[in-house]
Design a protein around this ligand. Sequence first.
Ligand SMILES: Nc1nc2c(ncn2[C@@H]2O[C@H](COP(=O)(O)OP(=O)(O)OP(=O)(O)O)[C@@H](O)[C@H]2O)c(=O)[nH]1
Length: 350
Amino acid sequence: MCQVTNGDNRKPIIVVTGFLGSGKTTLLSNVLKYGKFANTAVIINEYGQAGLDHRLIRRIEERTRLLSGGCICCNMREDLINELKEILNEAERGRIQLDRVVIETTGLADPAPILFSILMDPVLTNRYYVDGVVCCLDAANGELHLRNNPESVKQIVTADTIIITKTDIVEKETVQEMRERLRQLNPAAIVMEAANGVIDPEIVFANSQSQMEIRRTRLEQLKTEYPDRPTPHDNGVRSMSIRFYEPLDWTAFGLWMSMLLYAHGEKMMRIKGMVDVGDSGPIVINGVQHVIHPPRHLADWNGEEKNSQIVFIMKDLEPEHLMDSLVAFQNILGSAPEITEINLDPYTKM
Ligand SMILES: Nc1nc2c(ncn2[C@@H]2O[C@H](COP(=O)(O)OP(=O)(O)OP(=O)(O)O)[C@@H](O)[C@H]2O)c(=O)[nH]1
């Protein structure tokens, strides 16, 4: 990475990372609302989620491009490079105005190989520079994530800016403890807090050219720790996407989900979905470990197919186990579950 000089018209890339459900999308949808940052292209990487994120994201951001079916830190690195080049092409042809690119990683990504992919490509280094890595850390689940998931630690150590999210649902002491932990893991990072994504957008899009020398040194250090090759992910992770084609009984579904998280909260890393309860719009559900975030009732389906789709990401828990319990519950739920995708290794490109 070279020092930016006057007359350099390379575009900054900001990588937004953070563990599953840590609030990356919430943060981004807030900061991208500002007119000053309108000319931002956003690449969101999701793996094997059978279109669910596409269904949700389309409602959030029209500037987004989805890279799904794999992980840009390992088996989709080439796709990321191509997408970054395509964005340059579109800007050159005047199809988009481009001031910067934001890359939102999957919750299980290691950001270092993503940075290396960009920095190793001569076309990209001529036209872009990596402006920073912003990492969201969930105040409610972050300690558990750091303890159980090496990916979470890698995200923290690679970050320039760490944003502790969900500070509205934990005690002040918890945030203070988290700050202490972060100081040990990555003393060089700027640590900020945000509730529901509300933060000064300059913190995310700082364009901190004065920091580039420091970042270059840190990247060199990381490179010796994490060589430039795909790093294996934790193989106990599974993902499953299911659909229900009849409306669900919301009370019964809530009960089933509470029972599931009570029994397997530590193993159930992430649940997200759109649930058809027979109303004019779906209910969007979001669970992260034991925490179920308040469901959001949407006014309509925005032209999407009217059926329920739920994605589960779990660790050391067999998808069949989950399916059996849904089948056992199907009479009171009001519909039978159908598996649309099951992924024993979410990082295998499909
Ligand atoms: N109370 C509270 N909830 C939050 C906050 N930030 C995010 N959430 C909720 O947490 C859930 C997950 O947030 P997302 O923004 O989807 O998280 P993400 O990191 O993009 O999730 P993945 O891409 O699936 O890893 C959603 O229900 C959000 O509404 C926060 O600061 N406070």
